[in-house]
Design a protein around this ligand. Structure first.
Ligand SMILES: [Zn+2]
Length: 223
């Protein structure tokens, strides 16, 4: 048996007792936001390839952290249906500006865990007037099927014990705590709404308990 040895020269089993999520590689990743290191992981349980971007030397406590749920349409295409793309860019910029931090990019989280095609089908129903919660339910799909266990294991592997979590979603905080990562602070990640996403954002606030106080200032968004 050969054991996989990462570029840091350590055996995966020496880094974490929870070896179902294995660190496979670390590589420098220069970005428009600053210099990051990309940590690549393989989740043996689900078969997902995961990546965490680390800037600077975050340490163990109070690490500025974003758990970003994969959103192809928002992150890559600049979709204004949701605010994911702007949230990802803002999180990377804030981590770089802070001098250190972590952005965990969670694969398998499309459409709050219903997959890319499920999300596109839900978007088609939203174009017909359903809200994001009703659309998932109309398709017989869960409203939120995301699991944050892998994110906690990645943070554990990185030596992070407590985070300042960039999120408006109280369920992310609760999930991390449940998986053994402390949340010292929840840092709002508020993106100014646009005409295309104001209804979606209001639904997230009213039906999914997201903290989005900045929506109060937006009575009507005109084009
Ligand atoms: Zn999105």
């Amino acid at each position: 048996m050969t054991e996989k040895v990462g570029v840091l020269g350590k055996k995966a089993s020496q880094r974490s007792q929870r070896t179902d999520v294995e660190r496979v590689v670390v590589t420098p990743l220069p970005t428009v936001y600053g210099e990051f290191r990309a940590y690549g992981y393989l989740d043996h349980e689900r078969g997902d390839e995961q990546v965490a971007l680390v800037h600077g030397e975050p340490g163990a406590e109070g690490v500025l952290t974003r758990l970003h749920s994969e959103c192809l349409t928002g992150d890559a295409f600049g979709s204004e249906h949701c605010e994911c793309g702007a949230q990802l860019a803002t999180a990377l910029r804030q981590v770089a500006d802070a001098g250190s931090g972590v952005v965990v990019y969670l694969r398998g989280h499309e459409g709050r865990g219903i997959g890319l095609l499920g999300k596109l089908r839900a978007m088609a129903l939203q174009a017909e007037g359903l809200d994001t919660v009703e659309a998932n339910l109309a398709l017989g799909l869960p409203v939120d099927a995301r699991d944050y266990g892998v994110a906690a294991r990645i943070l554990d592997d990185l030596g992070v014990r407590s985070v300042r979590l960039m999120s408006n979603n109280p369920r992310k905080r609760e999930a991390l705590v449940r998986h053994g990562i402390q949340v010292a602070e929840q840092v709002p990640l508020l993106i100014p709404p646009c005409e295309s996403n104001i209804t979606y954002l209001r639904t997230k606030r009213e039906r999914l308990d997201h903290h989005l106080p900045h929506l109060d200032a937006v009575a009507h968004v005109s084009s």
